[in-house]
Structures are given as C-alpha cells and as structure tokens.
Design a binder for this molecule. Structure first.
Ligand code: PEP
Length: 265
C-alpha cells in the first residue's frame, strides 16, 4: 500500500515572517484531521527553510527545498547543497521542476546527479516529470516521460527506487487555467508505472509513489486522487493560502482512507 502525499511548492513566495504565519494557520486548520496515513510537505524558498522547519516541528508537515546542487560544498556560487538543506531541517527536495528546466537550463543529466546526492544524504527527492505542449501534440508524451524517468533513476539500485517520489507535472498544465483531465492523468500515470515495471520489476512499480501536479485545486483534486495510479497531489497556487492547502490535505487524507478500505478483502 503506497502512502498518499499532499505537497505544495511555494516557489518565490513567503519570506520568513510570512512562512511562520502560514505554518501557524496551516497547523491550526489541519489539527482536527486524521493525517496519520499520509505524508505532507511544503517547499518554502531557501531563506525561509529554517524558520518554516522550526514552525512545523512536531506537526505532520515536513519541509523541503525547491532545488539542490549535487556537490556537498565548493565553488558553486548561488547554489545550496544537501547538507545545507538537512541542517535547515529539510526532509524533502524537489528536483527538475519545469521552471528550473525552462528558465535555468537544468537537464535530466544534472537531475540524475542530484537524485544520487539526495538519496545518499537521506533526503526524499520529489522528481518532476512532464511533457511540453508540443510534445503532447506530437503524441510523444509517454516517450518523453519514460526518458526523463529512466534518466533520473539511472544508477539507483532497485530497492531504493520506492524512496523517490515521482511527480507527474505536465508542463502545459503548470500555472494554467485547468489541470489535465483525469483520463489523461490516468493514462500517463499508468504508462509511467509500466516503465518502472518493465525496467525495475513489479515490486518497484507497485511501491513507488507517483503524484500529480499542475493546476490542482480543492475542486478538481478529488477526481484525480480517485485514480488508482495517482498517489497524491502536488499543488502550487491553490495551496499558497493555508486554507487552500488544508483543503487539499483533507482531500488526500480522505482518499487515503477510501483507498485503504477498497483494498481490504
Ligand atoms: C507547480 O508549479 O508545480 C504547480 C503544480 O503549480 P500550479 O498548481 O499553480 O499549477
């Protein structure tokens, strides 16, 4: 049984004071919920990480970085390393967000090195995978996703792959007016799991979490979460207010209960 995930990336929003306010409100809003069966993370900007980690300490909410370098230290101006994220209180690190690829020229060859570092450092990598609008239009989505996935996990032993969270985030659906349709998400998640099955075996495919992100809202999230191969939601704008993320957390916690009940004989 895969633990469902509720995550949000704040992008370049929320300084230290705003992060503390967000944390206090989110904690209060989710306190009445049973979140014991799900994993919850927020990804603040680097300068807010330590304050956010402190503010969420003792709550079900973990904190993560939005990017990371593959070396521990050195002459890499402007970069942040895995030991720095850990020291700031991080448990997660997001890798390969489409904005990193698009605006900062990151590649999946770099992502592979970052995954390697995150895994050896003890951070949970959340690895984004997603096709662009032209790739979708050309019918190449599954081939592109397979390439990104295999490049990201290259060199990782089978038994460690399920520690990675895969985030299917179609680039054309990020920051858009609408999410991908549930049937489109279902096809892509099924195809990604099939790639894992073919290359890493049934057990890896069954245990690895694949979450969806791209214009998720509390209104459309339920239908996406109900899909068998969707193991959680990764939310941007709709979770930038704590009330919005609390509603997402509630949806994911409810879906976890339903999925667990459906598996009982
Ligand atoms: C994102 O940037 O990863 C994202 C999912 O954003 P939004 O939900 O705003 O589309």
């Amino acid at each position: 049984m895969r633990r469902l995930v509720a995550g949000t990336g704040w992008k370049m929003n929320n300084g230290i004071a705003a992060s503390r306010r967000y944390a206090e409100e989110l904690k209060a809003r989710i306190a009445p919920l049973d979140t014991s069966a799900i994993d919850i993370y927020v990804l603040p900007p680097f300068t807010s990480l330590a304050a956010a980690a402190q503010a969420f300490a003792g709550s079900p909410v973990a904190v993560g970085g939005q990017n990371m370098h593959w070396e521990d230290s050195g002459s890499w101006t402007g970069e942040i390393s895995a030991p720095m994220l850990l020291e700031a209180g991080c448990r997660y690190v997001e890798l390969a967000h489409s904005e990193r690829l698009q605006h900062f020229g990151e590649t999946y060859a770099q992502v592979r090195r970052k995954v390697d570092k995150a895994m050896s450092a003890g951070l949970v990598p959340v690895v984004c995978l997603g096709e662009s609008a032209p790739e979708k239009a050309e019918g190449r989505a599954d081939a592109v996703l397979a390439g990104q996935l295999l490049a990201s996990i290259d060199g990782q032993p089978d038994e460690r792959i399920p520690e990675i969270i895969l985030a299917y985030e179609p680039r054309w659906a990020i920051g858009a007016a609408e999410a991908a349709s549930p049937s489109y998400v279902e096809e892509r998640h099924r195809a990604l799991r099939a790639v894992l099955r073919e290359h890493r075996g049934e057990s890896v495919a069954e245990r690895t979490r694949i979450i969806y992100g791209g214009s998720v809202t509390p209104e459309n999230g339920g239908a996406i979460l109900a899909l068998g191969d969707v193991d959680g939601l990764f939310v941007g704008r709709a979770a930038w207010e704590p009330g919005g993320f609390a509603r997402i957390v509630e949806l994911v916690a409810g879906a976890a209960k339903r999925k667990a009940a459906a598996r009982k004989p």
